[in-house]
Design a protein around this ligand. Sequence first.
Ligand code: SF4
Length: 118
Amino acid sequence: MVAIENYNDILAPLTEGVDWTVAAACRTVANASDLFFSDEFADIGAAKLVCAECPVMAFCLEEAFGRAEPCGVWGGQLFEDGKIVTIKRKRGRPPKIARPQDQLPMVPIPEHLMELVA
Ligand code: SF4
């Protein structure tokens, strides 16, 4: 079995000139900009769940990195100043009532894009 080292080398010729945004799941969401650019954790969580089911999530996330998105949910991740916002749980015993930010859904980053996160 041959290991694939760079998916982009394989996918780029196949997707060149293709407008992947036509398949974006957020296109079907009413008032999507209110949801995807909200400061409310409930909205951010809802936006991330839409992304989690989006067939073009990897393309969206890669382009968001490329544009250094200043804010919003893109590709299942919350961006701030071009970087993914990671919300870490505090040390010690978990609180009896979880903080809203701890309840955000985790949307996995595709493996071939992990190098962009570091
Ligand atoms: S990953 Fe999220 S923000 Fe990107 S196109 Fe899909 S639904 Fe929209």
